[in-house]
Structure formats: C-alpha cells, structure tokens
Write a protein that binds this ligand. Sequence first.
Ligand code: S3P
Length: 197
Amino acid sequence: MPATGEPLIHLERPVSWVALVGFMGTGKSRIGWELSRSLALHFVDTDKVIERVAGLTIQQIFEVFDEATFRGFESEVVDRCVALDQAVVSTGGGTFTRADNRAKLLERGPVIALRASPETILERTRKHPRVLLQVPDPLGKINELLEVRKPFYDLAPIQVSTDGRMRRDVVAEIIARLEAWRDEREFDGEAWLREHG
Ligand code: S3P
C-alpha cells in the first residue's frame, strides 16, 4: 500500500473508459499511464499512436506535412479511441479544442481536464520540447495559447490541478472524482424518493 493508504489497484473500477485532456505539460501522458495502472485499464496516448502509425515524430509530421495534416491524424485516432473499451486515453493539447473531437469525447465520457500554471507548463515542456513552443518567447506563447484554449478545457466535466502535486495524489483525486461521477450518474431519483420521501 502506498503511504496515502490508497490501494494500488482499484478492482472495482468506477469507469472502464476515461479520457484526459488539457494543455501541453499538464501531465496527461504521465498521469494517464499511472491512472491506467491503478485501474488496470489499457493506456492509449493519441500522440504516440500517431507517431507509430505515421512512422514519424510529431515534429516531423509538422515539418514534412503541416499542422492541418497532424490535426487530421489526431481526429482519426480520436474516432478509434472512443470505440475502445477498458482504456485510459491521453490526448494531445490541441485535441479537445476541436469541436468534432470534443463532441465525440464528451459523448463517450468521462473527460478529465488536467490544469497547471503557465510557469509549470514552461518548466515541464522545457524538458520535453514541443513543436508549438519552439519560439523565442515560449512563456508568451503558452499564455497566448492558454487564453484561446481555456474556454474549451473548461468544458470537461472534471477539472484536476497537477501543479506542484505528487502524481500519486493526482491519481487518487481523479479516482475519487470518477467515483463521484459514477455515483451521480447511477443515482436513481425515484428509488431515493421511495426510500426517503
Ligand atoms: C499539441 C500538443 C502536443 C502534440 C502536438 C500539438 C498542442 O501534445 O499533440 O505537439 O496543440 O497543444 P501534448 O499535449 O501531449 O504535449
């Protein structure tokens, strides 16, 4: 058992499918992988699928083709991911900003948006550079993109901050929020009224 007292594996999973969305560097891939281990689900990282199928890195796809081609690949992968079961799906930072992807992911649900401050994002994306942040002022670019994208990330029903937190604690919060999400959906108003009304 980890120090928090949280069990390592939740055999009674609250969900058998969940997607993580949010800006670059909010921890979608790392948290997604750990969440998948905790819930004993498969893990799919849409960027990794694109790279494997295209035989090119994201950077190369942007260079050899263009961003629009990458977005097309991304939407195709979203289509495949929503048809899966028993999976934690980690998306790219731009995925949820497109209406078609958003509609499909929200319908499949639940969708969790991970959040982090621009400074944290800068620090994390410095370690693993992103094609869109290879500019003279990456913090300025992060703020600019965040301003445009925040309203879309806000549409996810569950929001979780990863700023300055242990991954284990973030995963524990996500699982608790998924349990609450499931309980809300399973709530049978008529049965409750029969019992308490
Ligand atoms: C992008 C985020 C990246 C990757 C691509 C574009 C974006 O994924 O999909 O570089 O538009 O924000 P991460 O969020 O995993 O870095």
